[in-house]
Design a binder for this molecule. Structure first.
Ligand code: SAM
Length: 219
């Protein structure tokens, strides 16, 4: 069995009982970064053997992990935060496992996209999750395609690009288009920003101390 186990996006208390039980019961946990996961595992006294599995893991590593499952072992896959495969590694091993007829079981916890959406006040009947926007290729084409959008768009953004992305959104979606940004969800300095794109962009430009941490942008 391959368990895809979601873990908190920061706050250790957000771990689910089921996730803790599964992580204790499986034979091995494949972690994006074992050092990051150890903080969570130590907190919950999870002593299962760990192996590393990340975006650059080789085909051979995937095959080796799947062979262990085929020999009767249970493996859990976790990423550094949130749900594996949501803007995180996981695609290749899950695809291969499905092809081999291995049972893949999700152990849920909302990821940053759902957490941000849930308290955003934005329409969630239809929403489009785009993860990280392309930095160069397709960026312009994507913005052009989104201009007539009639649903909420959710993107992930890094501290290095948040202001540039706000400028781009301002140029493509008119300066007064409504936007919500969640910064540092579930963390000590969790903050939300609501307003027009230009208001929010100006705020970040004036207050560089707020251009820190992780961001989810909804527009
Ligand atoms: N797998 C994760 C999930 O389920 O949300 C996403 C991992 S992705 C590599 C990291 C990005 O997710 C960050 O750059 C940020 O945009 C968003 N993110 C993750 N945790 C966050 C948090 N606590 N607050 C705000 N954004 C967060």
């Amino acid at each position: 069995m391959l368990y895809i186990v979601a873990t908190p996006i920061w706050n250790l208390e957000d771990m689910t009982y089921r996730a803790v039980r599964i992580l204790k019961d499986v034979d091995m946990i494949a972690c994006e970064d074992t050092r990051t996961s150890k903080v969570l595992f130590h907190h919950y006294d999870i002593t299962t053997p760990l192996t590393s599995f990340h975006a650059h893991s080789s085909e051979a590593k995937i095959e080796a992990l799947l062979r262990e499952i085929e020999q009767g072992k249970d493996l859990a896959l976790v990423s550094d935060a949130g749900t594996p495969w949501i803007s995180d590694p996981g695609y290749a091993i899950i695809q291969k496992a499905i092809q081999k007829g291995i049972e893949v079981v999700p152990i849920p916890w909302p990821s940053a996209v759902i957490t941000a959406l849930s308290a955003s006040g934005m329409s969630s009947h239809h929403f489009l999750y785009l993860g990280f926007l392309p930095v160069k290729k397709w960026r312009k084409t994507l913005f052009e395609k989104l201009q007539d959008k009639d649903h909420t768009v959710v993107i992930y953004e890094s501290v290095h690009r948040i202001i540039r992305t706000l400028w781009d959104l301002e140029n493509y979606f008119w300066a007064d288009h409504h936007i919500v940004i969640w910064r540092e969800l579930t963390k000590k300095f969790e903050t939300f920003y609501r307003g027009s794109i230009s208001e929010v962009r100006e705020n970040f430009e004036k207050n560089s101390s707020q251009v820190k941490g992780e961001f989810v942008v909804l527009f």
